[in-house]
Every structure is written in C-alpha cells, then in structure tokens.
Design a protein around this ligand. Structure first.
Ligand code: UDP
Ligand code: MG
Length: 317
C-alpha cells in the first residue's frame, strides 16, 4: 500500500489538533492508503506540544517535530517536508480551514499522474473579509506581473506533492522560502482544485496585516529582480527629463531672473529625494536577501521529535 505523509505546521493550535487528527483519520478510513502525520510545532507557547506528545504516545502514525522557537509558517512547512518520506505528501493548515474532505480528490489526481495538486481558495463574503480579498487579489496580480510565474489567485498552502516534487523541494535551500511560488516554479504536471475555506472556529489567525505585507514583499523579491530593473529605468527616464530642463535653466540665467524658479527647485529636490530613497530601499531589500542567504543559517532548529526519521541535513540536539 502506498503511504501518504500529512504535513501540518502549527503555532498555538492546541484547541484544533484533536479535531484535525480525527477529521483526517475519518477521511483515510475510506481510502486504500496508509498515512502518517508530521505535525510541526513552530515554537508554540500555549501547550500545543503537550497535546502532540499525548497524541503521539497513543498512535505511532502521529509524528511530530518541535522547533526550538517560532520560525514562521514557511520554515515550519520546510521542516515538515524535509522529514516526509511518503509516496506523496499533503500539506495543510492546522486550523481546519483546509477541509480534509478534499483529500480524496487530491489523491485521485495524483493517481492520474499529476505531480502537484494545489488548491484554490474560492473567496466570498462568507469566509473572507473584504480587505483580505482585495489585497490578496492585488498581490497575485502584482506577483505574476513581476515574476514570470502564473500563480492563480487564492493559491493556498494546501496541496499534494508527489515524491519527485518533494525531493526537488528538499534539495532547494534558499532563504525566505515562498512555497506558493516555488512549487509553481519547479514545473512537472500540475493541476488546481477549487475549494471553499471553512471559517476558523478556534484560535486566532497568525497573519496580521503587517505580516501579510511582509510576506507579499518576500514573495515578490524572491522570484523576481524586476523591481531592480524598474528602478534603473526610472533613473534613465528622469535623467532624460533633467536634460530637457537645461535649456530652461540657461534661458532663465541669461535673462537675469535667477531667483525665479525656487518653487520648481524645491519640488524637484523633494521629488528626487523621495525617488532615490525608495530606489535605495528596493536595492536594500535584495542586499538583505543576499546577506541572509550567505550566512547559511538553518531554516529551523529541532528541539524534539517523535516517530520521525532524522533528515540528514537538519540540525538537531
Ligand atoms: N503557523 C505556523 N507558524 C507561524 C504562523 C502560523 O506554523 O508563525 C501555522 C498556523 O498554526 C496554521 C497555518 O500556519 O496552521 C496558517 O496560519 P493561519 O491560520 O494563522 O493563517 P490564515 O489562515 O489566517 O491565513
Ligand atoms: Mg487559517
């Protein structure tokens, strides 16, 4: 029988773990596969780890990895994927917003030969706020323009990956991973399945507006250097405009009205000051990325694990 690994990053999801496990187990009772969970505790401080310890003591299919602190959703996901050894792997959130009932559909596509079966959240008023829907739509538009990717709107971190893709991802060691982009980027046969996200019933969302903005900037800058080109082009355009300004300056000078033009000078200085700062900022973003990458720090540090085979490259004490 083929084995399916279910990778779930969790951060302070104590109240959700039991229902998640029972829901997924129910789904697998109907499926001809063996399965195991790899639940990654991303440095929770609400007793999530205790719940995991108890659950895995009773059932060896419930495996967990506990990280030494909060490393963030994407790094926790990486920790889980690095340790997954199934014939395929399904990643999903721990708050039951990703309906386990969709798992059989994902698996059917996999059996048909697809290597990536990703899911698309169908947003409407009932499950997502107005602001989140609009910003999410804007993000995907911008992202696809900037990076030559075609990430569909509503792409979620709920997906099935074949062994081939899993091994490919395990071999990629870049800082600030953005799985939504990376999974699309690796290629192979991919297909999207729409689903309706359930509202979160217990616990709180860990993505604040600030975190989402940061996530968006990280996503774009890890897949595209177009912002740098835009900066360079803007520089060129404005240098050209500045050339046009020379005759005006000369004429003013020759006609003796040198004090004239204070307003235009101050406006120009302020404008170019702002432009230069923002361009420097864009360049700075990329330098920051290079800085973090060359340090080669691990994506996560494991504090404790159970029923999970050690990945060769990971740091563990
Ligand atoms: N999560 C995590 N580390 C973090 C933040 C979130 O492992 O630093 C987990 C969280 O427990 C959940 C998933 O990532 O299982 C998605 O987070 P959340 O539900 O808060 O995001 P939203 O659905 O609101 O976008
Ligand atoms: Mg959620």
């Amino acid at each position: 029988m083929k084995h399916i690994s279910i990778v779930v990053p969790v951060y302070n999801e104590r109240e959700n773990i039991h229902s998640l496990i029972t829901e997924v187990q129910k789904v697998f009772e109907e499926l001809p596969y063996t399965y195991s969970f790899i639940i990654v505790d991303d440095g929770s401080i609400d007793g999530t780890l205790d719940v995991l310890r108890m659950a895995s003591a009773a059932d060896t299919r419930i495996r967990y990895i506990s990280l030494s602190k909060n490393f963030g959703h994407q790094n926790a996901l990486k920790a889980g994927l690095d340790h997954a050894r199934g014939d395929c792997v399904i990643t999903m959130d721990g708050d039951l917003q990703h309906p386990p009932a969709l798992i059989p559909h994902l698996v059917t596509y996999w059996e048909q030969g697809y290597d990536v079966v990703y899911t698309l959240r169908q947003d409407d008023e009932t499950n997502t706020g107005y602001a989140k829907r609009k910003t999410s739509r804007l993000f995907y538009k911008l992202m696809n323009r900037m990076a030559d990717l075609d990430i569909e709107e509503g792409s979620a971190d709920f997906r099935l990956l074949s062994k081939k893709v899993l091994y490919t991802l395990q071999g990629i060691d870049e800082h600030e991973i953005f799985f939504r982009g990376l999974v699309k980027w690796v290629g192979f046969r991919q297909i999207g399945v729409p689903y309706k996200a359930a509202p979160r019933t217990k616990g709180q969302s860990k993505y604040s507006f600030k975190k989402m903005m940061r996530f968006a900037v990280q996503g774009i800058t890890s897949f595209s250097t177009k912002p740098l080109y835009i900066a360079a082009y803007l520089g060129l355009v404005f240098s050209f405009l500045a050339l046009l300004y020379i005759p005006y300056a000369l004429v003013s000078y020759l006609s003796g009205h040198v004090v004239n033009g204070w307003a235009s000078i101050i406006v120009t200085i302020a404008f170019f000051g702002g432009l230069q700062l923002s361009i420097l900022g864009i360049i700075g973003l990329y330098i920051g990325k290079i800085f973090m990458q060359v340090k080669k720090r691990p994506h996560y540090i494991i504090k404790e694990l159970k029923h999970v085979q050690e990945a060769i490259s990971s740091t563990q004490f």
